[in-house]
Design a protein around this ligand. Structure first.
Ligand code: GLN
Length: 197
């Protein structure tokens, strides 16, 4: 079971480290030929407009879209969630996402870097202990289409984590807080798909 981490930009090292701690074989993905060997992919936080440009420049965007359509398990955090969203509000001119998740997200929905915040979220799927979530210029999920479902909401009801089959996205960054349950949940999807193949 080999898990790729999209390593064009952003905090891919932190994701690779969590995945290795959980026993996964990790490959950093920068070129299209590196996609063939992976059974799952993490798209890190960073800057989605830059990630989009680099993904297209390196010829990764279309092959990635194909793998996603084909059922590849993918977990996106923050900018990674934006990359997975079918529709992106407040994108820069010409910005594209990879899509796959039937959601509309709004970039930078919580304001600037200085308005970053932390909170605890109840996510029954991950157990009783709340998830400590760090938001760094994160997106919010403005609407969840009928193919996707919300996994976590803020106290005001705004959706900040979603799931759709093998796709998982969070507005926040479990990879920097020692919170491993999202990565474990993602790896269980990778494992299930590998066993079924
Ligand atoms: N604001 C960034 C974007 O639009 C996301 C920030 C993050 O990944 N921490 O891509």
């Amino acid at each position: 079971m080999t898990v790729g981490v999209l390593a064009l930009q952003g905090d891919f090292r932190e994701h690779a480290s969590v995945l290795r701690t959980l026993g996964a074989d990790v490959t950093l993905v920068r070129r299209p030929d590196e996609l063939a060997a992976i059974d799952g992919l993490v798209i890190p936080g960073g800057e989605s407009s830059v990630m989009d440009k680099l993904a297209r420049t390196f010829g990764l965007a279309d092959p990635l879209r194909e793998r996603i359509r084909d059922g590849l398990p993918v977990y996106g955090t923050c900018a990674g969630l934006i990359m997975l969203a079918d529709s992106v509000l407040d994108a820069i001119a010409g910005q594209q996402s990879l899509g796959g998740l039937d959601v509309v997200v709004r970039r930078n929905a919580f304001g600037s870097q200085t308005q970053s915040f932390e909170t605890d979220l109840d996510i029954p799927e991950l157990g009783e202990v709340p998830v400590h979530a760090v938001f760094i210029r994160g997106p919010v999920v403005e609407s969840v289409g009928r193919n996707a479902r919300p996994l976590a909401t803020l106290a005001d009801g705004r959706v900040v984590a979603v799931e759709q089959g093998n796709l998982l996205g969070t507005s926040f960054h479990p990879e920097i807080t020692g919170e491993h349950r999202f990565h474990e949940y993602f790896l269980s999807k990778v494992r299930a798909r590998t066993l079924a193949a």
